[in-house]
Design a protein around this ligand. Structure first.
Ligand SMILES: CC(C)(COP(=O)(O)OP(=O)(O)OC[C@H]1O[C@@H](n2cnc3c(N)ncnc32)[C@H](O)[C@@H]1OP(=O)(O)O)[C@@H](O)C(=O)NCCC(=O)NCCS
Length: 321
């Protein structure tokens, strides 16, 4: 509990609709720019979140996209994501002048209710672990700290990696592709299913989905997002990369799939590839260093409901919106 008595601001929560997208993008931009100013000590105008990404969130789960309104204007927003039985919230944003009046907590509670309604057995999120406010906000909302998530980035350059054993899933073979994504997800954690995320990438043209096959069947898959904050962003991001826990050499599966994502990004005019992954061992970090990735920061995964861990090595998963 805080040491001072604060006044709650009166807000109403409702589901977001397509007409709200621009206002929601502005709220996000203002909230993150304000955070950057306090965090970094200098003015920085954050790019707006991609419209296409918000449209995809809305299409995937309209009731899971929630806005807080005061005096007819949007002052905060929160998004729910359901990957099988794994549910997470993000991004969560409140206009600075409405912060510290309980709006964030209301939005978070509404997101959790939606995720519970969808039958999620795991509910969590990821946040910046160097921000005392965010840690307090989530800890005092019942979230316990879990694994760390490393944020790594690579400046892309032409390389001669072999790419033949990685194939792209196209809209024509979407059913088989999504079945593979589901199978690999389940092997990593029985509650996890990335098929809806992969489906959204393919149907809404947000990026590419790749599968790495060997004679015995798929060893891994990668979900690449080429749309980022601001459609013209110079980077793309590996949203997920799943490696079969029984793969004989999991880190080489990671390596081949990353090489494919890097090539596509470079060919698409991107200069950087960003990725975030929860990790409990340093071998994956070493592998990423070998691929010339640089550490940019660290987030913290936090869990409110259920238990969650991942089998195998080399997979990239992140609950960040
Ligand atoms: C995180 C965020 C959504 C919270 O929204 P909010 O409306 O301010 O949240 P609430 O008012 O419900 O709760 C804030 C809590 O943090 C506390 N707090 C504020 N500043 C703090 C600080 N410097 N250190 C510790 N706690 C702090 C408040 O006292 C309050 O706790 P209390 O209820 O125990 O008194 C909002 O700050 C935001 O938009 N931040 C920028 C974007 C961001 O970081 N999003 C989250 C990404 S995971």
């Amino acid at each position: 509990m805080s040491m001072y008595v604060r006044k709650e601001k009166q807000v109403t929560l409702r589901s977001m609709n397509a007409q709200d997208i621009e206002e929601v993008r502005e709220v996000g931009q203002v909230a993150w720019s304000d955070l950057a100013m306090h965090d970094l000590g200098r003015r920085f105008k954050y790019p707006k979140r991609s419209e296409k990404i918000i449209e995809a969130y809305l299409a995937a789960d309209p009731d899971g996209c929630i806005v807080a309104e005061a005096d007819g204007k949007i002052v905060g927003s929160g998004f729910c994501h359901t990957w099988g039985k794994v549910g997470w919230t993000g991004p969560l944003e409140v206009l600075p002048m409405y912060q510290d009046h309980g709006v964030g907590r209301k939005l978070l509670g509404a997101c959790e209710s939606q995720l519970l309604e969808r039958g999620c057995t795991v509910i969590g999120l990821e946040t910046m672990c160097h921000l005392a406010k965010n840690l307090h906000f989530y800890l005092s909302s019942g979230y316990r700290p879990g694994q760390s998530t490393l944020i790594m980035e690579k400046v892309l350059r032409h390389e001669k990696d072999p790419l033949d054993d990685v194939r792209e899933v196209t809209i024509d073979d979407i059913d088989a592709g999504l079945a593979t994504v589901s199978r690999l997800s389940e092997k990593i954690n029985p509650q996890l299913d990335y098929a809806s995320e992969a489906g959204s990438i393919l149907r809404r043209r947000l990026g590419n989905v790749y599968v790495m096959d060997e004679g015995s069947g798929p060893l891994g898959c990668a979900l690449l997002h080429t749309y980022q904050r601001g459609e013209e962003a110079t980077y793309s991001s590996v949203k997920a990369l799943l490696v079969d826990p029984e793969a004989p050499d999991p880190l080489s599966v990671l390596d081949r799939l990353m090489a494919r994502c890097e090539r596509t990004s470079l060919e698409g005019g991107k200069s950087k590839l960003l990725t975030r992954f929860a990790t409990a061992d340093t071998r994956m970090y070493d592998q990423m260093i070998t691929r010339a990735y640089v550490l940019k920061g660290m987030n913290l995964r936090m869990l409110k409901h259920g238990e969650y861990d991942e089998r195998g090595r080399g997979s990239i998963t992140s609950w960040a919106g």
